[in-house]
Design a protein around this ligand. Structure first.
Ligand SMILES: [Zn+2]
Length: 137
């Protein structure tokens, strides 16, 4: 390999990355901002998280609260959680949710919607057209 051609090779490699994969880098899994008050936790940027994920609030809460193992409710822009939580723990739950219910399995883009068919859930991607069953754990 001619080392002088290295830049050129890099350019070529980059060109081969599909458009979809490049756009992916712009989507970031949202991170919580927390306020602890009287041993309870408020996710103060909850509305922003939901709009970034572009998912139904009820669906997100159903999964999230179950995994967190606590009770909670939306209070204005914030999500109230009973108990004290560390941001790493909550961020991990949001990351898991995003991977399972938001990002396309095939192209990894967040342009998806959840479709329900009987007892099964599918993740339909509007970017690449893939439709994969969501296997809930
Ligand atoms: Zn896709």
């Amino acid at each position: 390999m001619d080392i002088n051609n290295y830049d050129e090779l890099l350019d070529k490699a980059y060109e081969k990355i599909p458009e979809n994969a490049r756009k992916l880098s712009r989507f970031e899994i949202p991170k919580v901002e927390l306020r602890i008050e009287s041993r309870n936790t408020f996710i103060t940027n909850f509305n922003k998280i939901i709009s970034t994920l572009n998912r139904d609030r009820k669906h997100f809460l159903g999964v999230f609260l179950k995994k967190a193992g606590t009770m909670g409710e939306v209070r204005g822009q914030q999500l109230f959680l009973k108990g004290q939580y560390k941001d790493q723990v909550l961020n991990k739950l949001i990351e898991n949710y995003t991977k399972m219910y938001v990002l396309c399995r095939i192209c990894n883009k967040p342009d998806t919607q959840i479709q329900r068919e009987g007892k099964k859930l599918y993740l339909k991607c509007t970017a690449c057209g893939a439709r994969e069953e969501i296997k809930e754990k």
